[in-house]
Design a protein around this ligand. Structure first.
Ligand code: PEP
Ligand code: MN
Length: 337
């Protein structure tokens, strides 16, 4: 249930509604907007007469939210949530691009790629240190050393960083070294991990699971939000379909669908979404045209020798050209990069 307070409602009126909600066993989340305050009550509304709240002083409107996700729902928070970190902003009229290697491989590799992507206009450096690989014999990432390198390069080049967490045990390291914590597709429904991330004071990049519906993605976000962390960036990274010519099927329609249902920003990952270098630029352009709040793209200066995902990593000169094209597309729809 969501209770929208009038512009003129005083703090005492808001507190009275909040206390009444608690009395009925609701967990209360308060969002103080520029103009008005909204109270979200999480609990069982089946036996509740909502008129009891409608008649309270200062109450404008009481909404039953029928979706299973509440805090992630647009009804709860009609304006876009804007997640800001360093020079990056997700959810405003800016299209924010994250770029970098799939995995951090060495100091030299990371510096080389970071310099190129920053120069081309990326606002976040990506780089995995803990890698979820399909084969246990494939490169598993540099671990803590990889995170240290991300922090070092991020600070030196004044660029925010994003890296993937695979398990709760890595949380302290992530918090210490990384600006945005990524939950990968394979962990989207690792509910105990999601719960832990609810109490972290860092933005979370939450990727859609390989076979997850949009509703399941929003429920995963709800897990994190119900713990108190509202800074979530969703990511469409392609889903498993019967199609084999691409690694996954990038579900472009998930972008407008999610934006209608939720206030959270959503970005697209055309690298994992297609799995092929020559398909990355067209799908990146399509995602921005469809209204994505940003992109995350794998870039490598020597993809033939990359330790992971070389086939879908684009060269720095391709990335630079793509950024120029994206600027024009963003401009055409009233946004900027
Ligand atoms: C990645 O970003 O390198 C990654 C493993 O992504 P996903 O979880 O989408 O497969
Ligand atoms: Mn990858």
């Amino acid at each position: 249930m969501v209770i929208v307070m009038k512009d003129s409602a005083s703090e005492t009126m808001v507190d009275a509604v909040s206390e009444k909600l608690e009395k009925y066993g609701f967990k209360v989340h308060k969002v103080v907007g520029v103009n008005r305050t909204i109270l979200g009550g999480l609990g069982d509304i089946r036996n509740l007469d909502i008129r009891e709240f409608e008649i309270m002083e200062g109450v404008l409107e009481v909404l039953r939210i029928t979706e299973p996700y509440k805090l992630a729902s647009r009804a709860f928070h009609p304006d876009n949530t804007i997640v800001e970190i360093k020079e990056a902003s997700f959810g405003s009229d800016v299209v924010t691009v994250c770029a970098g290697p799939c995995s951090v491989e060495s100091e030299e590799q990371l510096y080389t790629i970071a310099r190129e992507v920053k120069k081309a206009g990326a606002k976040v450096l990506r780089g995995g240190a803990f890698k979820p690989r399909t084969s246990p014999y494939a490169f598993q990432g540099l671990g803590e050393r990889g995170l240290q390198l991300m922090q070092q390069v991020g600070e030196e080049m004044k660029i925010a960083t994003v890296s993937e967490i695979m398990e709760i045990a890595q949380l302290d390291l992530m918090v210490q070294y990384i600006d945005i914590i990524q939950v990968g597709a394979r962990n989207m429904q690792n509910f105990s991990l999601l719960r832990e991330l609810g109490s972290v004071k860092k933005p979370i990049l939450l990727k859609r699971g390989l076979a997850a519906t949009i509703e399941e993605l929003l429920m995963a976000a709800e897990y994190i939000m119900s713990g108190g962390n509202y800074e979530i960036i969703l990511c469409e990274r392609g889903i498993r379909t019967f199609e084999n010519y691409t690694r996954n099927t990038l579900d472009i329609s998930a972008i407008p669908v999610t934006q209608k249902r939720s206030h959270l920003p959503i970005i697209a990952d055309p690298s994992h979404g297609t799995g092929r270098r020559d398909k990355v630029a067209p799908m990146a352009r399509a995602a921005v045209a469809a209204g994505a709040n940003g992109l995350i793209i794998e870039v490598h200066h020597d993809p033939d020798h990359a330790l992971s995902d070389g086939a879908q990593s684009i060269y720095p000169h391709q990335f630079q050209r793509l950024m120029e094209e994206l600027r024009m597309i963003a401009w055409a729809i009233g946004k900027r990069i």
